[in-house]
Structure formats: C-alpha cells, structure tokens
Design a protein around this ligand. Structure first.
Ligand code: SF4
Length: 390
C-alpha cells in the first residue's frame, strides 16, 4: 500500500469506514456456561498466536471489501485478551495502523478479566492506544462467581476497576450475569448497587443462557442445575433497567446501558448492519452488502484458512435487519424503513406493529421501538412482525 493512500483517509469524511474485531481465544480455564470459541493455551500457543493474527490482518488488507476503508473501531475480544502482554496488543495496533488509516478518535476496546491484569499493564495498554476497557466482572457475589466457576473473586474485580481508573481509563464497561440458579432479588440488587458504586461508563447485563454443548446445558438436562423461572428473570431485567436508567444510564440495547454519548461504537456496527472485519478463529465479518464471512471456530482450521462465505438471501437479510434494529432503543423510523425495505413492507410492518400491546413497544406513525418488557420477549415480537412483511 502506498504512503499517500495510507494517509489519505485520516479525518476524511468520504472514506468508507469499518470496525475490526480480533478474537483472542485463550482463557486460564473454561467456564462451563460459555459457548464462545476459547481454549486453555498449550505450550507457546499464547506467545505465537499474535503473529498469526498479524498474518490474517495483512491478508485481509490486500482484498476487497476492506482494503479501501478507514478503521473507526477496534475490539480485542475473547477468550481473555488480557492474558496477552500489552506489547502484543501494541504490536497488533501498530500493524493495523500500518495497513489502514485509523480515525484519530477510533474507539479501541480490550476485554479484560479481573485478576489477569495489573496497574502497569493497564497503563501500558492506555499508552499504546487502547481507550476503552471491558471488564468481565460478572458479579459481586462470591456465591454467583463460584457457581459460574469464575477464577476471580470480588476483591480482584474491585482492584481491576480501581487500577483502570488509576491508569487513566475514562471509558470502562463492566459485564454482569443474572438469572443464575437460586439467585435472589437481594443478590441481584446488590450487584447493581455495586455497579453504581464503582460508576462505570457502560454496563452489559446478560441473562444466563444454557447453550447446547456446554456443561451448563448438560447439567440442566440432568436436573443438576435448576434454572430460575421466566417471571423472576423478567423481574430482574426490569429492575435493572429501572435502576440504571434512574441513575442516568441509557438503556440503548437489549443488554446494554451507557452514560450519554458513551454507547459502544463497535457493537453498534453489528446492530446497525455496518461493515466489520473479524480476525482470528471463530470471528465473523460482514461487508454490509449481505455477505457474511465466517472463520472456523478451531485454531488448526483457522490456520489453514478454511474461511466460509455466505450471501444472505433476501428473507435472511430481512429477518436479521428487523431483529438487529429492534434490539436498539432507537428502533425504526418510518421514512428510513421505506428507504431500506420499500413502501409496501414498511406499511405492512407499521400495520402489524399497531397490534402490539403498548406495554411492549412504542409505536406511532413515524417511530417503532421495543420497550424493556418487549425486549424480554423479542423473538416472539420479531416473528410476528416478520410474518407480516416477508
Ligand atoms: S473467561 Fe470468558 S471467554 Fe473464557 S471461558 Fe470464561 S466466559 Fe468464556
């Protein structure tokens, strides 16, 4: 790539933009509820992995659809990216900057687990350009952490958050899980109070799911884990939405809350159908023109470059578009919907939406958006709407 091309996009409003996701799959151990692609590293795997990511970055930069674009967000996800020393992250960022123009205010996020990262590492990450941390706290209850087989405790969570602030991070997100077997309203309320106490800029609250293929799924099948009932989960969800919005957070996506203007820029690319490039095993890419690329969820197959490509059919695209847009509190606007799916589909969509109980959605002639209660049963609502427009 010539120098002139490399620099031409800085600050240019014309250049098409995209985000980069890098999947770093290594974890100290495998949490039994997790269905992400992850592995405990064997000898040297952790050390040699970043050079494989660099190779893939170089290969993707040569070809459409990402070769001519400007990077507006970078996300190191996993797995546990914080198991890598900051110099690995610095080198990867250096490679990205060499291959593409990166917007000066690009959001650069790294996922970190409490207990895997100290103050020095946080300072080093900040100085190499990481400007947002996503901390996998999960809970402030030792009972919940043990039930989830997490390898950190609440003290380590508090310490990680403190180090992040001390290092100078001004945009910190925390992940929490709720709806565990036996979880009480008090336990959940305490988790939310602790979040408000440490005062992050962003919080992602996930309802525990029992994914097929995970130990949690098998334990539930065998009756070793008794899931919480739907009503209690809904109560927890609504209580969280209420508490955090009262405290000034915007509940801008089903599971996500942000201080004003601090929504996750990178994740919004997924939810708005914008282009993103996924690097690493199991990572997905999307060109925003209906082509999805999928890296194998296996280290050896990924190394062998066995990438799958899928062009979404009209029906698949429509269902995905509807599901993603209605995850967001912004929802859909009539005029924009007409421009995207045409007059007759927009009209049919609004007609069907008028029948939704107002407890679940805001609907007026120009705006359609789900409320938290609607998000909780989003799949049913999406299917109902989809049937009317497909
Ligand atoms: S640390 Fe995160 S990615 Fe790793 S196994 Fe646990 S939940 Fe999954």
């Amino acid at each position: 790539m010539s120098l002139s091309k490399k620099h031409s996009g800085h600050g240019s409003a014309k250049k098409m933009s995209f985000g980069i996701y890098l999947h770093m799959p290594f974890c100290r151990r495998r949490c039994p509820y997790c269905d992400f692609y992850k592995k405990v590293p064997r000898a040297n795997e952790l050390e040699t992995f970043p050079s494989l990511l660099e190779k893939e970055l170089q290969a993707r930069a040569q070809n459409a659809p990402f070769s001519e674009r400007e990077v507006t967000s970078i996300y190191f996800g996993g797995g546990t990216p914080s198991l890598h020393p900051p110099r690995d992250i610095a080198n990867l960022l250096h490679t990205i900057r060499r291959l593409w123009p990166v917007k000066s205010n690009a959001e650069i996020t790294l996922e970190a687990n409490p207990g895997t990262i100290g103050l020095n590492e946080m300072e080093a990450l900040l100085s190499c350009g990481v400007n947002r941390l996503s901390l996998g706290i999960q809970s402030f209850s030792e009972r919940k952490l043990q039930l989830l087989f997490r390898d950190h405790d609440t003290q380590e969570s508090q310490a990680s958050f403190k180090y992040a602030r001390q290092a100078g991070f001004q945009n910190i997100s925390v992940d929490l899980i709720y709806g565990l077997p036996g979880e009480t309203a008090d336990e959940w309320r305490n988790d939310l109070d602790e979040v408000l106490d440490i005062a992050p800029e962003h919080a992602s609250l996930y309802n525990l799911e029992y994914h097929e293929g995970t130990p949690f799924y098998r334990w539930r099948e065998k009756g070793k884990l008794i899931p919480l009932n739907d009503e209690t989960e809904l109560e927890f969800y609504l209580a969280a939405s209420d508490k955090l919005t009262r405290a000034g957070f915007e509940h801008y996506e089903i599971s996500n809350f942000a201080r004003p203007s601090l929504r996750s820029h990178h994740n919004l690319l997924y939810w708005t159908g914008s282009p993103y490039l996924g690097i690493g095993p199991s990572a997905h890419s999307y060109d925003s023109k209906r082509t999805r690329l999928e890296n194998p969820a296996n280290l050896d197959d990924w190394k062998a470059n066995l990438r799958k490509s899928e062009v979404l059919t009209d029906e698949q695209w429509l269902l995905e578009w509807l599901s993603l847009r209605l995850r967001l509190s912004d929802g859909l606007y009539y005029q924009k919907t007409v421009e995207t799916v045409g007059d007759s589909r927009a009209e049919a969509l609004w007609l069907a939406a008028k029948d939704i109980d107002p407890k679940f959605a805001h609907v007026n002639h120009e705006h359609l958006a789900l409320k938290p209660r609607g998000w909780f049963c989003q799949n049913d609502i999406i299917l109902l709407l989809y049937k009317n427009i497909s």
